[in-house]
Design a protein around this ligand. Structure first.
Ligand code: MG
Length: 308
């Protein structure tokens, strides 16, 4: 696969350290219809990622390249690691959060709220207390391209918190039209959640909201606009150890500080959907972008890089 130097836009000198000039960009895999949901698996030095619209989950390593992990993959979208290092997936097909098991099976973690089926969980993050926070927009039930068309049983799109100790699923935000990517600040005092409803609803939202995490890390308060995305949408996003937000956008990856000041951009030739920090030293950003999986050398680690 070709390697090249990063194509950047620098708005603030702080970006020079985050994404140095000449940083290596690699085109790792191609041929997807809608690449999404990357997670770095440190035990395997691998990236697990989704091609949502092909209903496949991929597994990439430097040694073995890209292969299919699941096909069909229940229209998997976002992935993350739990506190035990196992891969969790949002699946549109079975409208659930699932766990990938060592024997290749997939186990339901949660698929209902007060007896009603979820819409189509999209992306998720695990807090330091082990709780799973996830978004539930309608993209897997609007038509058959990313799941199966169906009526919403919830009558809305929420951000949820699932307490794995008690089994309780609670709504932590009903302020968003189509909540999508999400990530905590390094100290988990704030949660960032993107709203991508403009992708399907004329005049809809294309912004990231920031919330205060309150109530013993069980709730959210004080929603405010963190950034209005342009061009495109903030689909998936991650936070680095210094609190900068790295978000997908129509032209690649935008990097903003914790006050929402844009520091710079990594330009890619495809619309980016999501990203994750990984690599042996934690300083490699893997990006899913339309048909491809890319990586970019960066100068900082993500918040969830316990292997380094
Ligand atoms: Mg998403």
């Amino acid at each position: 696969m070709p390697a090249d130097s990063v194509n950047r836009v620098v708005f603030d000198e702080r970006f020079e350290r985050l994404v140095p000039a000449g940083a290596r960009v690699e085109w790792l895999a191609r041929g997807a219809i809608w690449a999404e949901g990357p997670v770095y698996v440190p035990d395997e030095d691998a990236v697990v990622w989704s091609d949502v619209r092909s209903d496949r989950v991929h597994h990439w390593t430097a040694a073995d390249g890209d292969r299919t992990l699941y096909a069909p993959g229940d229209f998997a979208n976002g992935h993350t690691l739990d506190r035990d290092g196992r891969v969790l997936a949002c699946e549109h097909g079975l409208r659930r959060v699932a766990r990938y098991e060592a024997d290749g099976s997939r186990t339901t973690i949660v698929d209902r709220y007060q007896g009603h089926r979820l819409n189509s969980p999209n992306d998720l993050v695990v807090a330091s207390d082990g709780a799973i926070w996830f978004t539930d927009p309608p993209y897997g039930i609007l038509d058959d391209t990313e799941g199966q068309q169906a009526e919403s049983e919830l009558g809305g799109c929420f951000v949820f918190r699932f307490d794995r100790g008690t089994g309780e699923l609670s709504v932590v935000s009903d302020e968003m039209e189509h909540p999508n990517g999400l990530a905590f600040s390094p100290d988990e005092s704030a949660l960032y959640v993107s709203d991508t409803s403009a992708a399907r609803v004329p005049g809809g939202n294309h912004h990231i909201l920031a919330f205060d995490v309150v109530d013993g890390s069980r709730g959210l308060a004080n929603p405010r606009t963190f950034v209005a995305m342009e061009p495109g949408f903030a689909d998936g996003l991650r936070v680095d150890v210094e609190g900068n937000v790295w978000t997908s956008a129509g032209d690649g990856i935008h990097v903003l500080d914790a006050d929402g000041v844009e520091l710079g951009r990594i330009l890619l030739p495809e619309v980016a959907s999501n990203c994750v920090f990984g690599g042996r030293d934690g300083r490699r950003l893997f990006v899913t972008a339309t048909s491809s999986l890319w990586s970019v050398e960066v100068g900082i680690r993500g918040v969830a890089t316990p292997w380094v």
